[in-house]
Write a protein that binds this ligand. Structure first.
Ligand code: NAP
Length: 249
């Protein structure tokens, strides 16, 4: 498809999008951006009902179809009701454990299950639905997957795995008509990162390492996802785009 001949290549009207981890933070920003661009958007999260999410936690479920699915439970992923046809699947689920908990085996396993293994569970569940629409799969990893993160071995390993899984699924599924790509965010203010951002000294130190001089926002990540899911990126396969204000340069 020649994207330059389309009046608006970022028009997602008539498209169905599912954002796993779309109930708060970055995923919620991505979900709302696809909605603003015309898509019908479904989101998954961990709480029982959409009403259990609050705006002051970074959640806006307005206009989104919400479903509770614990993606660390692969049987629950398999059993979850979902659209038969899917144009865009964004896998934004993620968790972390602080205080050196990730050096304990049960925590290490839990983080790997949510941040990496569940990507495979969701991707394979929706492979045929995406192929039927020549759709796009986007993983949200982290710049923490590009280099070592001293206190978080599970988070770093899971995100490195997510980046490599993205490239491998892109290669494996290209001939099915599915484009697979990823976004590796830098530091964004969400409930996942409160422990860093609420601490003035840590925040100042982290900001010092970001050439752009500011934190990222869910909208910054959404812009990259809209591009990757659009015909503008029709020849982009298996790439993970660092959207980090230059932090990894
Ligand atoms: N914030 C950053 O600076 C940053 C940087 C790099 C990468 N990331 C990545 O960006 C993604 C989104 O994180 P965020 O910062 O936006 O944090 P967040 O606000 O805590 O969002 C995490 C999302 O994942 C969902 N989730 C967590 N565990 C789940 C489970 N077992 N089953 C289903 N859903 C689950 C959460 O659901 P609930 O809302 O129900 O908790 C939420 O929707 C994550 O993959 C994270 O690793 C974030």
């Amino acid at each position: 498809m020649d994207a330059s001949s389309l009046p608006n290549p970022l028009d997602f009207s008539g498209k169905t999008v599912l954002v796993v981890g779309g109930s708060s933070g970055i995923g919620n920003g991505i979900a709302q951006a696809f909605r603003r661009h015309g898509a019908q958007v479904h989101v998954w999260g961990t709480r029982a009902r959409a009403a259990d999410y609050r705006a002051d936690e970074g959640s806006d479920l307005d206009g989104l179809a919400y479903c509770k699915v614990d993606v660390g439970d692969f049987a629950a992923v398999a059993a979850a009701t979902a659209p038969d046809l899917l144009d865009v699947l964004v896998l934004c689920q993620g968790t972390v454990a602080y205080g050196r908990k990730e050096f304990e085996m049960d925590t290490f396993q839990r983080i790997i299950d949510v941040n990496l293994n569940s990507l495979m569970a969701c991707a394979t569940k929706f492979r045929d639905a995406l192929a039927a629409r020549q759709g796009s799969l986007i993983t949200i990893s982290s710049v923490g997957g590009l280099r070592a993160t001293r206190g978080n071995p599970a988070y770093a390993a899971s995100k490195a795995g997510a980046i490599h899984l993205t490239a491998t699924l892109a290669q494996a599924w290209a001939r099915k008509g599915i484009r697979v790509n990823g976004v590796a965010p830098g530091l964004v203010d969400t409930k996942l990162t409160k422990v860093t951002i609420a601490n003035d000294d840590r925040l100042r130190e982290r900001l010092g390492g970001i050439p752009a001089g500011r934190l990222g926002t869910p909208d910054d990540m959404a812009g990259a996802c809209l591009y990757l899911a659009s015909p503008l990126a029709s020849y982009v396969y298996g790439q993970t785009l660092a959207v980090d204000g230059g932090r990894t340069l």
